[in-house]
Design a protein around this ligand. Structure first.
Ligand SMILES: Nc1ncnc2c1ncn2[C@@H]1O[C@H](COP(=O)(O)OP(=O)(O)OP(=O)(O)O)[C@@H](O)[C@H]1O
Ligand SMILES: [Mg+2]
Length: 362
C-alpha cells in the first residue's frame, strides 16, 4: 500500500524536511482515457465554480484581518507571482457558521481566478471512479495548474490529514495531497490552496506545517452581530419589513452573544417564519388599502378593527394577503427555540490553538 510517506508529528520544521514523495499503486491509477475523461467532466461540472458566486468579500461582516491577509496573499500569488515566493497555502479554521466557506467563495468574485471548491467528505463517493480518492486529488491539482492562476478550496480538510479519519487508506490520500502541495509551481502558473476546518488540532503535523498561514475565524463580536442581524432581518422578512428599533437591535446583540453568523441568520429566518405561522392560523383579519387594492392583514380577535373570515387564510387569494412586519415579539419566540452550537470550552480551545499556531482573523 502507498509509497514513501511524509514525516508525521515532530516539529513543523521536521515535518517539512525533504518534501513529500509518493509511489503510485497500480490500483490508484486511472488506466483508461474514458475513465479520466469521465472524472474530468464531473470535476468541471461539480467542483469547478464557473460563475461568480453572488457573495462578495464586502458581504462578509467583520473579519478585517482575515480580509487583509487573504487579499495580500491572493493578490501577490495570483497577479504578481514574480514579486515574491509568498504564502500560497492558507488554513481557515473556526467554529461552525463563522463564515469560512462564504469568505473563501467570495475570493472568486474578488480575483476571478480558476476556482475549484472541494468538499473533502465527498471525494471518493461523488466522483468517478468511485473510491479512488488518490486519483481525485491528483486530477484536482492538475486541473488547477493547467488553468492557473487558480484557487483551490479544500473544505473539511480534517477529513484528509486527521488522525481520526474514517476513510480507509486516508494516509495514502494525504501523502498524495502533500506531494502535490510540495510541487505547486512557483511563479508562473500559480495556485493558492485554501484549507478549511472546524478542528485544526486534528490535522497531522505534516499537513499543518504546510498550511503556512492559519487564520482563526472567531464568532462575531457585538458590532458584527448587529450588522449580521440587520442584514439578515432585511433579507428574511417579507419585502424587508420589520419594526425593530436601534434599541431592539442592541438588545438582541446582547442576548445573542456566542451565536455564530449562521445562527443569527437562522434566528432572523425563524422570527420571520413566526409571522407566516401566525398567518396560517389566523381567523381574524384587518382590511387595509394598498394603492388601489384592498388587502387583508392577519390579526387576532383582540383587534377591534379586525373581522372574522370563515376559512381564514385559505379563503383569500395570494395577492390579497399582506403580512405584518417582524417585531420583537417574533424574535422572542424564535430565541426560545434557538441554540448556540459553540461552547465556551470550544472557544477556549480555538483561542489556545491560535496563540500557539495561528492568527486571529477578526
Ligand atoms: N461574518 C459573516 N458575515 C456575514 N454573514 C455571515 C458571517 N458568518 C456567517 N454568516 C452567514 O452564515 C452563513 C453560513 O456561513 P458559512 O457557511 O460560511 O460558515 P462556515 O464557517 O463555513 O461554517 P461550517 O464550519 O459549519 O462549514 C453564511 O452564508 C452567511 O449567511
Ligand atoms: Mg463551511
Amino acid at each position: 500500500m502507498g509509497g514513501a510517506r511524509c514525516q508525521e508529528g515532530g516539529s513543523e520544521q521536521e515535518s517539512m524536511e525533504g518534501g513529500c514523495s509518493r509511489v503510485d499503486d497500480a490500483h490508484d491509477k486511472i488506466d483508461s482515457e474514458a475513465e479520466l475523461a469521465a472524472l474530468r467532466k464531473v470535476l468541471i461540472r461539480d467542483v469547478v465554480i464557473q460563475e461568480n458566486p453572488g457573495v462578495k468579500l464586502d458581504d462578509v461582516v467583520g473579519l478585517s484581518s482575515a480580509k487583509e491577509m487573504l487579499k495580500n496573499i491572493a493578490l501577490i500569488a495570483l497577479r504578481f507571482p514574480q514579486l515574491s515566493r509568498s504564502t500560497r497555502s492558507v488554513l481557515l479554521y473556526g467554529p461552525p457558521g463563522s463564515g469560512k466557506t462564504m469568505f473563501a467563495k467570495s475570493l472568486k468574485n474578488e480575483f476571478n481566478p480558476f476556482f475549484a471548491y472541494v468538499q473533502l467528505s465527498e471525494l471518493g463517493t461523488n466522483l468517478p471512479p468511485r473510491g479512488n480518492r488518490k486519483s481525485h486529488v491528483r486530477e484536482i491539482f492538475k486541473l488547477a495548474q493547467e488553468n492557473s492562476p487558480a484557487i483551490i478550496v479544500f473544505d473539511e480538510i480534517d477529513e484528509l490529514g486527521s488522525n481520526e479519519s474514517k476513510y480507509p487508506g486516508s494516509l495514502d490520500v494525504e501523502t498524495e495531497f502533500l506531494y502535490h502541495m510540495d510541487h505547486l509551481p512557483e511563479g508562473k502558473g500559480n495556485v493558492v490552496l485554501i484549507g478549511i476546518t472546524n478542528s485544526p488540532w486534528k490535522l497531522r503535523g505534516s499537513l499543518l506545517a504546510r498550511m503556512n498561514r492559519r487564520i482563526y475565524f472567531p464568532l462575531p463580536d457585538q458590532s458584527s452581530r448587529e450588522s449580521i442581524l440587520k442584514a439578515s432581518v432585511e433579507d428574511s422578512s417579507q419585502a424587508g419589513s420589520h419594526e425593530l428599533s436601534q434599541d431592539d437591535f442592541v438588545e438582541l446583540t446582547k442576548i445573542t452573544e456566542g451565536y455564530s453568523g449562521s445562527e443569527l441568520k437562522i434566528l432572523c429566518r425563524d422570527a420571520s417564519m413566526e409571522i407566516v405561522r401566525a398567518a396560517t392560523q389566523a381567523t381574524y383579519f384587518r382590511r387595509v388599502r394598498e394603492g388601489e387594492f384592498e388587502k387583508f392583514v392577519p390579526s387576532t380577535s383582540n383587534d377591534e378593527n379586525a373581522e372574522e373570515l370563515v376559512g381564514g387564510l385559505m379563503s383569500l387569494g395570494a395577492s390579497q394577503v399582506l403580512l405584518p412586519s417582524v417585531t420583537r415579539t417574533q424574535f422572542e419566540s424564535a430565541l426560545k427555540a434557538s441554540k448556540r452550537s459553540t461552547s465556551k470550552e470550544d472557544i477556549i480551545r480555538y483561542e489556545q490553538f491560535t496563540t500557539a499556531r495561528g492568527f486571529n482573523g477578526a
